[in-house]
Design a protein around this ligand. Structure first.
Ligand code: PXP
Length: 254
């Protein structure tokens, strides 16, 4: 396995659930852009927003406001549909993260099946790449999915840490260690194939450090836990604490 110098890990803050709270009342408050600007001021390196097909949280106008109002990179998360491709090409975010989407799911439950959909995804990402958007595939740790992501020309894979997070929360230590080991191997494979490696889903103060310690990982995307923690300590301090834990996991990182 390649020995890597530890670089500074980027923190992408996912602001979807600010919109969830807003939509619960059908008003204009709280405003996701205001949360994004606060996150930026608290040290976030990027903002992630998932425009779902059913618009259950982030809406088209939010993407428009974020694209216009942010000075840090916007990571536009979406399903690989023609509608989302057109929206991405209109706003030209820094990055697009393609995820599987099922209407009945509560959150993104699994990784994308890149291996079975290689031809379509190759064609799908071509105009995005040509527009200068960094294309990321949200995948599990299956080596076939990582190899397929490299083959279709994606720049990034984001590793799905949701299963690890669930096992950790349930106190299933042996299983969570095994899941972590598989994620670590996947990170190493992705890096060796020339992909930039990100990770996210379900990360909290309790489980973030082992993932943050993977030397290949360059970015974590974290949302739900931070928005919940913001209720208790405020969004800025909640993000600052996550930043501190990520840095603790990488002593001496440049
Ligand atoms: N990365 C991806 C691709 C996601 O779909 C999500 C959830 O929207 C996250 C990161 C953030 O996950 P969480 O909200 O559990 O921190």
């Amino acid at each position: 396995m390649t020995k890597l110098p530890l670089g500074r890990l980027r923190l992408g803050v996912n602001i979807d659930h600010v919109a969830t709270v807003r939509n619960a009342r059908g008003t204009v408050w709280p405003d996701p852009l205001r949360a994004a600007l606060l996150a930026e001021a608290a040290g976030a390196d990027g903002i992630t927003a998932h425009l779902r097909e059913d618009r259950r949280h982030i809406r088209d106008a939010d993407i428009e406001a974020l694209a216009a109002g942010l000075t840090i990179p916007l990571n536009f998360e979406c399903a690989a549909t023609a509608e989302m491709q057109a929206i991405a090409l209109r706003h030209r975010p820094h990055a697009i993260c393609l995820v599987p989407e099922r209407r009945e799911e509560r959150t993104t439950e699994g990784g994308l099946d890149v291996a079975s959909d290689r031809n379509r995804l190759t064609d799908y990402i071509t105009p995005l790449r040509e527009a200068g958007i960094r294309v990321s595939m949200f995948v599990g740790h299956d080596p076939r999915q990582i190899e397929a992501s490299a083959r279709i020309g994606a720049a990034v894979v984001e590793l799905h840490t949701g299963h690890y997070s669930d096992l950790h929360a349930e106190g299933k230590l042996a299983e969570s260690h095994a899941e972590l080991a598989a994620l670590q191997q996947a990170a190493a494979l992705a890096h060796d194939l020339g992909l930039e490696v990100h990770a996210g889903h379900g990360l909290t103060y309790d489980n973030v450090m082992p993932v943050a310690a993977f030397p290949q990982v360059m970015e974590l995307n974290i949302g739900h836990f931070l928005m919940g923690e913001a209720i208790f300590r405020g969004l800025g301090p909640a993000i600052e604490e996550m930043r501190r834990m990520m840095d603790l996991a990488r002593p001496g990182a440049a």
